[in-house]
Design a protein around this ligand. Structure first.
Ligand code: ADP
Ligand code: ZN
Ligand code: MG
Length: 498
C-alpha cells in the first residue's frame, strides 16, 4: 500500500446536514395564498407578494412562527428573546424579487439535539440552528435536464411556502446515520402536526461531507480547526432519506479513491443525480458574502421567546415508545410499530383503553397495519372507523366469531368494501352459534323425528346422518357437525345390542 493510500484509509468520515422542510400551514408565509395546490395548475396560487411584484409588502403568517417554535421545543433548542428576517440576495428566476426572505444572524432556534438509533446504537446529533424562510418557486426544465433543455418553465405556486432550514453539527460518521436522522426528524415533525411527508418536495437535503485526517471514535470530538480546514463537498438535490444515504455513500467512495491516488478533494457544490446514482460537480461553493445579507425592513422584529411559552407540543415519538413499553408491557418492536405515527399511536391507545393491551397490540400492529399496508392504505383511511374496529374485536372477545374469520374475512372485507363488521358477519353467516343453541336444536330434532330415532336405536347407520342434517338445518349451518354428532349420540337412547 502506498503512503497516500494508508493516509486515506486513516481518515474519518464527517457529515453535516442542512435540511429544508416545508411547514404545513393553510396559507403561505408572507401572503394569503393557499398552500393547497397539489392538483392546481401552475401559477394559480399566486399574488403580488409571492410573485415579488414591486411595492407588494409581506405580512407574516403566525402559524409558520408557531410551527417553528414547536420544532424548537421538540429538539430542546433555545429560542432567542428577539428574532428577525434578513434578505438573502441572489439572482435566479425561482424568486423574481431577487432575494429570499430568510434569517441570518438571529435564527428562531439555536442549538438542540435529535437522538437517533442505528442498529441499536444510540447517538445524539447536535442541531446548530433552525431558521424560517420562504420557499422559492419551482423550475421545470424542458425534457427534465437543466443542461439540455431548450427552455425552462417557472411555477410560483411553491413560492412563499414556509420553510424551516435545520442545520446539524458535523456529527454524522456514516451515511446510514443521516438516513436514520431524517426518518427521526420527519417523525418528530409529523407528531408536531407541522409536516406532511406525502407532499412532493416537502423535505430537501443538502449534505456536507469531508474525510478528515486521523481516526476519531464516534463520540470523540473532532477539533474545530480540523473540521474547518477539511476539504468538503456539499451535495444538493437530495429529496429522500434513502437518497441521502446513497449520495453520501457514493461521495465517501469517490473522495476516498481520490485521496488514495494522491489527489485532492475540491471544495465544491455537487448535484445528486438520483437516476444515475452519482454526484456530479455543479459549481464552486458560494461564500456567505456572496449573498449580501441585510435585515428585511418590511417585517417587524419578533419577540419570540414570549410567544414560545404559549406554544404546546404533544408527547414525542421516543417518549411515547418508552411509555408504551412500561405502561402496556409491549416489547420494543411492537412499541415501535405502534408509535410509527401519531395517528397509529392514538388509535392503539383508544383500543387499549377498552381491551387487554396485548390483544389491542396484536389487532392494531399485526392485523390492521398489516392489512392496510397490503392495500397501500394508511391509518388515516380508517380513523373514522375506530368503533367498527373495536366492535370487531369485541365480537372476537365475546366468542361470537372465530379469530380466523375475524382476521381473514371480516377485517379484509371491512377494508375492501367499507362495510361494518355486523353486516359482513350476517351476510356471510359467520356468527358462531353457541352451545346452548345447538343443544336446543338437538333436543328439538330428537323430539320431532321419532321414526329416525327408532331407526337409530334399531341400529340403522344412516339415521344418525339424517339427524345431524336436521340439526344443521335448524342452526342454518352455523353449528359444527362434529359437535352435533357428539351431542346427538349423547342424548339419543342406547342402541339395541343385537
Ligand atoms: P458554511 O459556512 O459553508 O455554510 P457551516 O459552518 O455553516 O458552513 O456548516 C454548514 C454545514 O456543514 C453544517 O451542517 C455543518 O455541520 C457542516 N460541516 C461543517 N464542517 C464540516 C466538515 N468538515 N465536514 C462535513 N460537514 C461539515
Ligand atoms: Zn401570494
Ligand atoms: Mg452556513
Amino acid at each position: 500500500m502506498t503512503a497516500q493510500a494508508a493516509e486515506a484509509d486513516a481518515r474519518t468520515v464527517v457529515i453535516g446536514l442542512e435540511v429544508h422542510v416545508q411547514l404545513e400551514t393553510a396559507t403561505k408565509i408572507f401572503c394569503g395564498c393557499s398552500t393547497d395546490f397539489a392538483d392546481a395548475g401552475p401559477n394559480t396560487h399566486t399574488c403580488p407578494v409571492c410573485l415579488g411584484l414591486p411595492g407588494a409588502l409581506p405580512v407574516l403568517n403566525e402559524a409558520a412562527v408557531d410551527g417553528a417554535l414547536k420544532l424548537a421545543k421538540a429538539i430542546d433548542g433555545s429560542v432567542p428573546e428577539r428574532t428577525w428576517f434578513d434578505r438573502k440576495n441572489y439572482f435566479y428566476p425561482d424568486l423574481p424579487k431577487n432575494f429570499q426572505i430568510s434569517q441570518y444572524d438571529a435564527p428562531i432556534c439555536e442549538g438542540g439535539t435529535v437522538t437517533i438509533k442505528v442498529e441499536d446504537e444510540q447517538r445524539e446529533i447536535r442541531i446548530e440552528r433552525a431558521h424560517l424562510e420562504e420557499d422559492p418557486g419551482s423550475l421545470e426544465h424542458e425534457g427534465g435536464s437543466i443542461t439540455r433543455a431548450a427552455y425552462t418553465l417557472v411555477d410560483y405556486n411553491r413560492a412563499g411556502i414556509p420553510l424551516m432550514e435545520i442545520v446539524t453539527a458535523p456529527d454524522f460518521r456514516t451515511p446510514a446515520e443521516t438516513r436514520a436522522f431524517l426518518a427521526t426528524l420527519e417523525e418528530i415533525l409529523e407528531y408536531l402536526g407541522i409536516f406532511d411527508s406525502s407532499r412532493d418536495g416537502s423535505l430537501r437535503v443538502d449534505a456536507n461531507i469531508s474525510l478528515v485526517p486521523g481516526e476519531y471514535g464516534k463520540d470523540e470530538p473532532i477539533p474545530g480547526d480540523v473540521l474547518a480546514s477539511a476539504d468538503r463537498t456539499e451535495v444538493k438535490n437530495i429529496s429522500s432519506h434513502r437518497g441521502a444515504e446513497q449520495a453520501l455513500a457514493y461521495e465517501v467512495t469517490r473522495q476516498k479513491n481520490l485521496l488514495r491516488r494522491g489527489g485532492d478533494v475540491t471544495q465544491e457544490t455537487r448535484h445528486w443525480d438520483e437516476s444515475r446514482g452519482v454526484t456530479v460537480s455543479m459549481r464552486a461553493k458560494e461564500a456567505e458574502a456572496d449573498y449580501r445579507y441585510f435585515p428585511e425592513g418590511d417585517l417587524p422584529v419578533l419577540r419570540v421567546r414570549e410567544r414560545a411559552s404559549t406554544v404546546e407540543i404533544p408527547e414525542l415519538p421516543r417518549a411515547r415508545r418508552q411509555r408504551f413499553q412500561t405502561e402496556y408491557g409491549l416489547n420494543a418492536e411492537a412499541a415501535s410499530k405502534l408509535t410509527s405515527s401519531r395517528a397509529v399511536a392514538d388509535f392503539f391507545e383508544a383500543v387499549a383503553a377498552q381491551y387487554d393491551p396485548d390483544l389491542a397490540a396484536t389487532w392494531v400492529a399485526d392485523n390492521l397495519l398489516g392489512e392496510l399496508n397490503y392495500r397501500d392504505m394508511g391509518i388515516e383511511d380508517v380513523l373514522d372507523r375506530l368503533d367498527e374496529f373495536e366492535r370487531l374485536i369485541e365480537l372476537v372477545d365475546q366468542d361470537e366469531i372465530t379469530v380466523k374469520n375475524a382476521e381473514e374475512v371480516v377485517l379484509r372485507r371491512m377494508l375492501d368494501e367499507g362495510k361494518d363488521p355486523e353486516t359482513i358477519i350476517e351476510a356471510e353467516s359467520l356468527g358462531k352459534t353457541d352451545e346452548n343453541v345447538v343443544e336446543t336444536a338437538v333436543d328439538a330434532t330428537i323430539a320431532d323425528n321419532p321414526d329416525a330415532v327408532d331407526d337409530y336405536t334399531a341400529g340403522e347407520s344412516d339415521a344418525i346422518h339424517f339427524l345431524v342434517g336436521q340439526v344443521m338445518q335448524r342452526t342454518r349451518g352455523q353449528a359444527d357437525p362434529g359437535t352435533v354428532n357428539e351431542l346427538l349420540r349423547a342424548r339419543l337412547p342406547d342402541r339395541d345390542e343385537t
